[in-house]
Design a protein. Structure first.
Length: 324
């Protein structure tokens, strides 16, 4: 430890920084999200001046969560989200053929994208053809970038799997997937949860299908990431308790829920109790260390606020607590 480091004693449990694996940075207040205890986000679709600029700035900015971004969606001409009012100019790029697919990926990689997002929403319009999708995946592999797919509509999840896409941006919710398909997904992919967008606290048919698909995916060994689709309608800023409850409904233990969200190697979160015994504990963040700076998280009934103690911190020491 450097000789001039400050030592801070906190009551509670230290975990890696908490990450929301599905947000849209042009639709949310990132400073408020950090104030609520989330130290990292994956931006799955935004204009370059939002996501890509923030990805460059955020690693060393203690006032923002750490941002990893896909930049704009890659989609078919006229495909989703071109028809959506919320899709700002530059938030999607139309891919016209296999050569254009390779160019699009190379351009995003050169600008600092940390992953590639493809839109496969057959319910909303045209989708990428098999050849174009494989070209995106191949170019991303050569660039060392994972590919995440928004798969919606009959056959789109399977199409993503067959093309080599490594992650779904949402747990499938439009259809109950057969066990043999879920088993193949579990062997090869991650799923980001986003269960609470289906009803936001109401047990809708879409939520029940998604929870059922995720339960079987998890039971078969599939790897789950906590994500909320923050920016998509009225969702709470911070760790979404309803998302955690839905993960628990899908059969994830407290340990697995923690593993799905507490993953940032560069930041820390302080929790008031043991998250290995309480699956909702990660929603009760009391402090974070972000880019070397310690910040108290003050939660109230109406809003979350953060007050920053002066100076960076090199080490945080917790008081003794029971571990399991």
């Amino acid at each position: 430890m450097p000789p001039n480091s400050r030592r801070i004693r906190v009551g509670g449990v230290l975990v890696p920084g908490l990450v929301d694996h599905h947000v849209h940075t042009d639709q949310i207040d990132l400073a408020a999200l950090l104030a609520a205890g989330v130290t990292g986000v994956r931006d799955l679709g935004s204009p370059p001046e939002s996501g890509l600029a923030l990805a460059t700035r955020s690693p060393h900015d203690p006032g923002l969560p750490h941002v990893v971004t896909a930049g704009p969606f890659l989609t078919a001409p006229g495909g989703y989200p071109a028809d959506r009012a919320w899709a700002a100019e530059g938030s999607y790029r139309e891919v016209r053929d296999t050569a254009d697919a390779a160019r699009a990926v190379a351009h995003l990689a050169a600008r600092g994208a940390g992953l590639i997002k493809v839109a496969l929403n057959a319910d909303a319009g045209p989708v990428l053809g098999d050849a174009e999708l494989r070209a995106v995946v191949g170019a991303a592999e050569r660039a060392g970038l994972p590919v995440v797919a928004h798969a919606e509509g009959a056959g789109q999840a399977q199409k993503a799997l067959l093309a080599g896409v490594g992650e779904l941006a949402h747990t499938p919710w439009t259809h109950r997937l057969p066990d043999e398909l879920i088993r193949a997904f579990a062997a090869r992919t991650h799923w980001t949860s986003t269960l609470d967008i289906h009803g936001r606290g109401t047990d809708t048919a879409e939520r029940m299908r998604a929870v059922d698909n995720l339960r079987r995916f998890h039971r078969m060994g599939g790897r789950v990431r906590y994500g909320t689709d923050l920016g998509n309608g009225p969702l709470p800023s911070g760790v979404n308790v309803r998302e955690l409850e839905a993960l628990s409904d899908a059969g994830l233990s407290a340990t697995r829920i923690l593993a799905s969200i507490a993953v940032s190697a560069m930041d820390l979160a302080v929790l008031p109790g043991d998250p290995l015994t309480d699956p909702l504990m990660t929603s009760r963040v009391t402090a974070v260390v972000r880019a070397g700076r310690y910040m108290d998280v003050v939660q109230t009934h109406h809003t979350d606020a953060m007050r920053t103690r002066m100076g960076p911190v090199s080490a945080v020491v917790r008081t003794p607590c029971r571990a399991t």
